[in-house]
Design a protein around this ligand. Structure first.
Ligand SMILES: [Zn+2]
Length: 118
């Protein structure tokens, strides 16, 4: 299906990219874990400790980064930037695919009606 390309919107999205400079790419995971102390309740599998981890790919390897309680809101904010960035990049890609479709349609039109060339 051919939709009309929107290069103006693409310009708006590109100018918005600056706001993503502090984004944190990866995923944020809230889970429960044992602390390792043998006398803690968690050792018997009861009352596991809540932890926040940030999972990131660094040089092709998955890295799990423990996030201290006080830093969770900061990490959440930077992670939200990453999600918004991904959404905008996908939108830019869709606009560029629409432009490709429009260019192909123009090309076909010129091939079938060479006299109408402008
Ligand atoms: Zn424990």
């Amino acid at each position: 299906m051919l939709t009309s390309p929107d290069p103006k919107k693409r310009g708006v999205l590109i100018r918005r990219l600056l706001r993503y400079r502090e984004m944190l790419p990866g995923s944020l995971v809230f889970t429960h874990t044992r602390c390792g102390k043998p006398r803690c309740l968690c050792a018997q599998g009861e009352q596991l400790h809540p932890v926040c981890q940030f999972i990131a790919k660094v040089g092709g390897k998955t890295k799990t980064i423990y996030i201290p309680q006080d830093l969770i809101p900061w990490v959440q904010e930077k992670f939200a930037l990453y999600k918004a960035f991904q959404k905008d990049v996908a939108e830019i890609g869709r606009i560029n695919l629409d432009i490709l479709d429009a260019k192909k349609a123009q090309f076909r039109e010129r091939k079938t009606h060479p006299a109408r060339r402008s």
